[in-house]
Design a protein around this ligand. Structure first.
Ligand SMILES: [Zn+2]
Length: 60
């Protein structure tokens, strides 16, 4: 099995992890029912997204 030749320094590990932070969710309001919805997500209240309704069984 391959084994690392050198120990990863704290500095190097932290630099690598500088890209790993989780950003907070972007929230918008639904234009249909004005509920708070994450961006690019179907509204949980009315099932609306991008001018279309995506309610269960109603796909056009
Ligand atoms: Zn809605």
């Amino acid at each position: 099995m391959a084994v690392p030749k050198r120990r990863t320094s704290k500095s190097r590990a932290r630099k690598r992890r500088s890209h790993n932070a989780i950003k907070p969710l972007n929230l918008t309001t639904c234009p249909q029912c004005s509920a708070v919805v994450p961006n690019h997500c179907i509204c949980a209240q009315c099932g609306h997204y991008h001018g279309r309704s995506y309610d269960a069984g109603n796909e056009e």
